[in-house]
Design a protein around this ligand. Structure first.
Ligand SMILES: Cc1ncc(COP(=O)(O)O)c(C=O)c1O
Length: 446
């Protein structure tokens, strides 16, 4: 079946002008991988080759690709209202989506601030945290604590609290007034953990050390991913997030969960917060909010935080922050349709039911060549490889390319392979993903 029209084939000289993000541009342009179409669990490239998507696009297409209900909602909305100004004006869809989201968020995280990406959500949440303390008369609380190996997008705030060195080292002094908790993954203590590792809750106590160093009166917020995704699926130790919550409460520090990946069913509940039993004060999301179809992100704030801003003369703007495309009509239409699909198809529950099968599949690679760890939680999984001496990332990248040639899309970070299929994945597709990876691992040199 040829799914792709001739216009979609590009000649090599036509690849020059696009500077691709987080991509080895020269490698890519020498051997392009051009995705032309999608449906359900599958992509088709520009040659018409079918590719099983093992990573939900980029941890985002949770309802599967081109879901008819979502396609229809976006198409319809484009013909009704293309754009409306979001400052001092609104559109009905923004409120409808916010109400639907507030229905599924934990605790009093009912107030929704729209952004267009995870990076914007993170910078928005950091700004809200600092401004919140100021509004309460604690303007000295400006310090932001992140974590080593954290990924919080690519804005200056996000890379300052983030902890992936390659994303930080080229960009100068970043933002002043940040510090970092230690990362939580330890191969010796945690290798081949099924779900949350037993070892490591004590690493949260490092927050007490940072408080002792800086004093609580200077610290606005701590931001962590409930499960660190982009650094290679680092699962929080049992009790770790609970301990962070306790220490934040003790010192009046806001806890921010970056749920850009763990939001919208990835861990078998609406948010990772619910699966892991800890409620933050602010939560950042993106990706699954529209299942990747139209760019959108959001910050969820506790009612108390929002209420703190609602003082002063009512005609005054309370928060001097927002984006031209905050709550864009197309994104809201997509978001509403996606939330309906999650609910009507029971996809969060489906993810929870599939998680044990997925866990066995991830761990089936124990003992395969090069593998030094397998880990999983919900529908997030990773397999860590022994890197090639003197050539870090090369082995995993080779595995990625060979899987792609065999029609399976996975993701790599460093020498770690990551797996995050859409919540509609079938068991046979899980088998195919991990079966292909095993086959490929057997062909790769040490
Ligand atoms: C936890 C987390 N935060 C923020 C981001 C940034 O999102 P975006 O790429 O939409 O800016 C990502 C992206 O993967 C993420 O995983």
């Amino acid at each position: 079946m040829t799914l792709v029209s001739d216009e979609l084939h590009l000649k090599s000289e036509e690849l020059n002008n696009y500077w691709m993000p987080f991509t080895a541009n020269r490698q890519f342009k020498g051997a392009p991988r051009l995705i032309a179409k999608a449906k359900g669990m599958y992509y088709w490239d520009d040659q018409g080759r079918q590719i099983l998507d093992g990573i939900a696009g980029l941890w985002c297409c949770n309802v599967g690709h081109n879901h008819p209900r979502v396609v229809e909602a976006i198409q319809k909305q484009a013909g009704v209202l293309d754009y409306a100004p979001p400052f001092q004006m609104g559109n009905p869809l923004q409120f409808e989506l916010a109400n639907r989201l507030a229905d599924i968020t934990p605790g009093s995280l009912n107030k929704v601030f729209y952004t267009n990406s995870g990076s914007e959500s993170v910078d928005t949440a950091l700004k809200i945290a600092i401004a919140y303390h100021r509004a309460r008369g604690e303007g000295s609380r400006v310090r932001l604590i992140g974590r080593e190996r954290g990924y919080h997008g690519v804005g200056f705030g996000g890379i300052a609290v983030g902890g992936m060195v390659a994303n930080r080292k080229m960009f100068g002094t970043l933002m002043a007034g940040t510090d970092h908790l230690p990362q939580t993954w330890n191969l010796k203590e945690q290798a081949y953990s099924h779900g949350q590792p037993a070892w490591g809750a004590h690493l949260a106590d490092e927050l007490e050390r940072l408080v002792a160093l800086h004093d609580a009166s200077t610290i606005a917020a701590v931001i962590v991913e409930p499960v660190a995704g982009s650094a290679g699926v680092l699962i929080p130790p049992v009790g770790y997030l609970q301990r962070l919550r306790e220490i934040c409460d003790k010192h009046g520090i806001l806890l921010i969960f970056d749920e850009v990946i763990t939001g919208f069913g990835r861990l078998g509940t609406a948010f990772g917060s619910q699966a892991l039993g800890v409620t933050p004060d602010l939560m950042t999301v993106a990706k699954g909010i529209t299942s990747g179809t139209v760019p959108m992100g959001a910050v969820f704030a506790k009612d108390e935080i929002y209420d703190t801003f609602m003082s002063g003369p009512p005609h005054m703007i309370e928060l001097f922050h927002g984006y031209t495309y905050s709550g864009h009509p197309l994104a809201c239409a997509a978001g509403i349709a996606v939330q309906q699909v999650y609910q009507e198809e029971g996809l969060f529950q489906r993810a929870a039911e599939l998680a044990p099968y997925f866990e066995l599949a991830v761990h089936s690679l124990k003992g395969a060549p090069h593998v030094i760890d397998c880990r999983n939680l919900g529908l997030m999984g990773a397999v860590e490889l022994q890197g090639r001496a003197g050539s870090p990332t090369a082995k995993a990248f080779e595995v990625f390319l060979k899987c792609y040639e065999r029609g399976v899309l996975i993701r790599t970070t460093g020498d770690i392979l990551a797996f995050t299929p859409s919540l509609i994945v079938q068991k046979a597709e899980i088998d195919r993903i991990f079966g292909t990876v095993r086959e490929v691992l057997e062909t790769v040199a040490a």
